[in-house]
Write a protein that binds this ligand. Structure first.
Ligand SMILES: [Zn+2]
Length: 359
């Protein structure tokens, strides 16, 4: 029984000064690759599924797979998280299928592409937080709209992402507004906008302070020292993965992601959850291409999938080690969701309480 809530996991991470990568999955091979990596270095895990993943794999398939992963890896605390929930129904059905945590992304309207007003965001996020906390599940909110400070546009991934031009103001979370948002919504974790965007094409050059605004994270952490911060779009898009793809018939234009050292800097300033999808996709796709190029007669899917799993496993392990996640699974005693629900109901996990305790 090792399903853990996001709140408990990130509280532990904050106490010990590490962060947890949140890897997106769509299928069995990705689930096994992540858990294999975690088990090899004793890291607790966040596996997240987008709405796109849920419709690709089917909710029943996904939830039984999570049961299986918990059974196969009983010593690894596993948080199962809804990535970019667009409304109450998405979040509640996720919890019904065994997710221990949901993201209610009210920075965009339910269509997943129109930037929403601040009041809309507060209202829907607070509503979801109240319902989720009642059953012990955790909630991540988002303030600010994910978009590229270079291009001034969002990037859609799995059907989710701002459409049209965005202002600098929208793309950088306001630290004062963040305080108000957390107090009003009672979210357990807050996704912030600091210049990262979804997908592989984040930056056209190695990012500096103009296009990756890490100072925003530092300012928010200063005002909200007890709120767990989340970095979205935080794949590093390693050059060697681009090279494998392009050496084997791929045509990925040169691109740059978020350097691991910048993420590590964020971890020193309250970042506790780091979303990574593109790197895993690239690690797998590179191996598919390599096998297809080296062995054109090959047609056994496992001959493609096995090296792809191994490449994803190695990537996940490197992130567990870089973020300080490794070595912490065995230190966590999982609190059941019913107990988390009682703590939420008793106000023990309110942001105000945490702030008061810290003072
Ligand atoms: Zn995201």
């Amino acid at each position: 029984m090792a399903r853990i809530t996001l709140r408990q996991l990130l509280d532990h991470a904050a106490e010990r000064g590490y962060a947890v990568p949140a890897f997106n999955i769509n299928n069995m091979e990705q689930g096994l690759a992540i858990m294999d990596a975690a088990s090899a270095c004793d890291a607790p895990v966040i596996i997240q599924a987008s709405r796109g993943a849920r419709s690709y794999a089917n909710d029943i398939m996904l939830s039984r797979m999570m049961d299986a992963l918990v059974e196969i890896y009983p010593d690894i605390p596993l948080c199962i998280h809804q990535d970019h929930g667009n409304n109450e129904a998405t979040c509640l059905t996720a919890i019904r299928h065994g997710f221990t945590s949901v993201m209610m992304d009210g920075s965009l309207m339910a269509d997943g592409k129109t930037p929403a007003s601040y009041d809309y965001n507060v209202e829907i996020t607070a509503t979801v937080a109240e319902m989720a906390h009642a059953v012990g599940a955790s909630v991540e909110g988002e303030l600010g709209v994910l978009g590229s400070l270079e291009s001034g546009h969002g990037e859609a991934e799995d059907g989710h992402g701002a459409a049209g031009a965005l202002t600098q103001e929208q793309m950088l979370t306001d630290p004062d507004q963040a305080v108000d948002f957390v107090l009003q919504t009672r979210v357990d974790a807050l996704a912030i906008a600091c210049g990262t965007s979804h997908g592989a094409y984040k930056f056209s050059r190695k990012p500096d302070g103009d296009i990756l605004a890490m100072h925003v994270i530092e300012a928010i952490h200063e005002r909200l020292p007890n709120t767990h911060l989340v970095m979205h779009g935080s794949s590093s898009v390693p050059q060697e993965l681009q090279d494998i793809i392009n050496a084997n018939g791929g045509e990925m234009p040169q691109t740059f992601g978020v350097p691991v050292e910048e993420i590590v800097r964020g971890i020193r300033h309250g970042v506790r959850k780091v979303n990574i999808d593109t790197d895993c996709r690239m690690a797998m796709a590179g191996q598919f291409r390599k096998v297809a190029t080296a062995s054109p007669a090959e047609f056994d899917p496992r001959k493609f999938l096995k090296p792809a799993m191994d490449a994803m496993r190695d990537l996940c392990r490197a992130r567990f080690e870089a973020f300080g996640t490794a070595g912490n699974a065995g230190r966590i005693k999982v609190i059941p969701m019913d107990e988390m629900a009682k703590r939420h109901a008793g106000g023990l996990l309110d942001p105000q309480m945490s702030a008061a305790r810290a003072a």
